[in-house]
Design a protein around this ligand. Structure first.
Ligand code: ZN
Length: 399
């Protein structure tokens, strides 16, 4: 930590750049305590590490769940200095005794009060939700930034491996864009992911951009100007590779899925090109698109004859039932509680409408046209796929 209480009760912050000599004198004459637990803390003035306060070993402090890494201390100090340089009223390690929480930085901007949490070590979903909710209930806008070291680019900076923990940091920016902000104190850069389209539980394609902290203002991080660039071909190739890979080593859940679709005369390798498509809110669902869309096909489209009506309310009931049975898993996104996973299904219906598979007939009513054609052979599948991609390229590239 970078702040501590002095004997006289005032707060002392290391964010002001003190010379080491002064701090050495202070260390000999002052007694510092933790503002949260009241235990005494030591002032660490190493040559390698950044100056900071540390609890004595064995202290149990409710506020410090993590032994703070240098990466974390450096990052929060840089973020604090960055806000300070912009003239934004900010307080480092502000302790709110009302809620018993201490965001890394509290700041006021644009008439709102923000609680910035720069998180570099994994915390449980429970703690993440508890802290987020406490901020929301006490007039803070929670603003979580993850340490960039967590964000792993797999190849070519388009494919990212994201854990459930990484997804917690998703927030809604302007125009309902979902963005994942991270910061690296070593490179002194923000790394923002947008247009995240998962094709498996862990992997997604995404747009990624880097912003130097020295050239970036707070607005650009709170409301990043992201342009929607989506490489459908890349996504579709990755999804296919992944599907083959995964069918070779099926997990128990996958086996259950494969068995079920088999009883409906379906085969994972012979699904029509309309199944397994990206939609913008797909990331609200942890289950890969190819699986939840196949379930949708089995529950809705397969049993309907051409021209029959489909009520979205009925679709939602089926969808919720699959969730209840754990066949479709929803992602917990603490900062996006207003976004409902069924939105992904609605978007999928809108997509099918644009392909001419269904026609919209009312608020929540669609009419099935001729239905899906299930390929009989690999060759037929390839032909249908090429034809479908060619015909709908302009739609698919703009998802
Ligand atoms: Zn403490």
């Amino acid at each position: 930590m970078l702040t501590a209480r002095t004997k006289s009760g005032t707060m002392f912050s290391l964010s002001n750049e003190y010379e080491k000599e002064k701090l050495l004198i202070l260390r000999n004459n002052e007694k510092f305590t933790c503002p949260v637990c009241g235990e005494s803390v030591s002032l660490k003035l190493g040559n390698q590490r950044i100056y900071h306060f540390a609890h004595r070993s064995g202290t149990v402090c409710s506020d410090f769940h993590e032994s703070e890494s240098l990466y974390h201390i450096e990052g929060k100090l840089q973020l604090y200095q960055w806000l300070h340089m912009q003239g934004i009223p900010a307080e480092l390690e502000y302790y709110d005794s009302m809620i018993g929480q201490r965001p890394d930085i509290m700041f006021h901007f644009g008439g709102s009060r923000y609680a910035l949490e720069y998180q570099c070590s994994p915390i449980s979903e429970e703690i993440f939700i508890k802290r987020t909710d406490a901020y929301l209930q006490n007039n803070y806008i929670p603003f979580w930034i993850i340490g960039s070291k967590h964000i792993k680019a797999k190849r070519s900076n388009i494919i990212f491996s994201l854990s459930n923990f990484d997804y917690f940091f998703l927030r809604k920016a302007a125009h309902r864009q979902l963005v994942l902000p991270s910061y690296c104190p070593k490179e002194k850069r923000f790394h923002i992911l947008s247009s995240i389209h998962p094709f498996s539980i862990k992997n997604a394609t995404a747009n990624s951009f880097l912003l130097s902290i020295h050239k970036t203002g707070i607005e650009e991080i709170l409301e990043p100007k992201v342009f929607n660039q989506f490489n459908f071909t890349k996504w579709a190739n990755e999804m296919e590779k992944y599907t083959i890979n995964w069918s070779l080593h099926p997990s128990p859940e996958l086996n259950r899925f494969l068995r079920e679709i088999y009883t409906h005369n379906l085969n994972l390798y012979l699904l029509p090109p309309e199944i397994g498509l990206p939609v913008s809110h797909s990331l609200l669902i942890q289950t890969p698109p190819i699986i939840w869309q196949t379930y949708l096909y089995v529950d809705v489209f397969q049993i309907k004859s051409p021209n029959s009506l489909i009520d979205l309310k009925e679709v939602e009931r089926n969808f919720n039932n699959r969730i209840k049975l754990n066949e479709i898993i929803i992602r917990n996104l603490p900062q996006l509680t207003s976004e409902k996973p069924f939105m992904a299904v609605q978007e999928y219906f809108q997509l099918l409408e644009r392909f001419g598979v269904i026609i919209k007939r009312g608020e929540s009513l669609y009419q099935l046209q001729k239905g899906f054609t299930i390929p009989n052979s690999n060759r037929e599948k390839e032909e249908r796929k090429q034809e479908f991609y060619q015909k709908n390229r302009s739609i698919l590239e703009k998802i």
